[in-house]
Design a protein around this ligand. Structure first.
Ligand SMILES: C[S@@+](CC[C@H](N)C(=O)[O-])C[C@H]1O[C@@H](n2cnc3c(N)ncnc32)[C@H](O)[C@@H]1O
Length: 199
């Protein structure tokens, strides 16, 4: 990701936060239900109470709040490019750790977290034939002890090229080169799929 792309993502979230405040719309989700059905799919990989989770592109840290509502508190670390969203997240979650930047700005040791998850942070169109998305997925998998779960927009359902999307099949083929145990879930929303990569 180049500096211009990074700035665009930071600026658009600053604008959306100013317009919407603490609301899924500030994250470009159409509603809380759409956000939370994605959380449920991520959690279904097997995330349990007390597990350590790195959430890449964490926004407000809403996955942490949602997990607590499911009686499954986590040891939660979030990273995000947007310092504005993270300033809010830090206020809501004083028992969590947050870092500003992208995954390649961080120097975490391999296998630092039980689970590494991502929801919505690979939707930015970078016009690089998914090279950045694949590099993030590979790094996420290096950082997990138990598994990695992430979602992407489904190119089979998407008509706009303003957002980055892929087919589940292409991404699954890529992930299977990294992990011996991968699976796809694509029956929860029309335009989204989730991939699990287990250790
Ligand atoms: C659709 S929002 C989802 C936020 C959160 N995962 C949720 O579901 O509530 C996408 C988030 O990813 C962040 N983001 C986008 N690209 C990123 C990147 N390459 N690295 C880190 N954060 C990124 C954005 O700033 C934004 O907060």
């Amino acid at each position: 990701m180049n500096e211009q792309q990074r700035k665009r993502i930071i600026d658009k979230h600053r604008d959306s936060l100013t317009r919407h405040g603490y609301h899924p719309h500030a994250l470009y989700w159409s509603g809380r239900d759409i956000q939370e059905v994605r959380f449920q799919m991520l959690a279904n990989i097997g995330i349990a109470s007390g597990d350590s989770v790195l959430d890449v592109g964490c926004g407000f840290g809403d996955f942490k709040s949602w997990s607590e509502q499911q009686d499954s508190p986590l040891q939660y670390t979030g990273i995000d490019l947007s310092p504005d969203l993270l300033a809010q997240a830090k206020g809501y979650h004083q028992d969590a750790v947050f870092f500003t930047g992208d995954l390649f700005d961080m120097s975490f040791e391999n296998k630092s977290f039980d689970w590494v998850i991502l929801s919505g942070a690979l939707n930015e169109q970078l016009h690089d034939e998914s090279a950045y998305a694949k590099s993030i997925i590979a790094r996420m998998y290096q950082l997990c002890r138990k598994g990695t779960a992430f979602n992407m927009l489904d190119a089979r359902a998407l008509t706009t090229h303003d957002l980055h999307s892929q087919t589940p099949k292409n991404i699954l083929i890529f992930c299977q080169k990294l992990s011996p145990n991968c699976s796809v879930i694509d029956d929860y929303l029309a335009n989204d799929f989730t991939i699990y990569m287990m250790r």
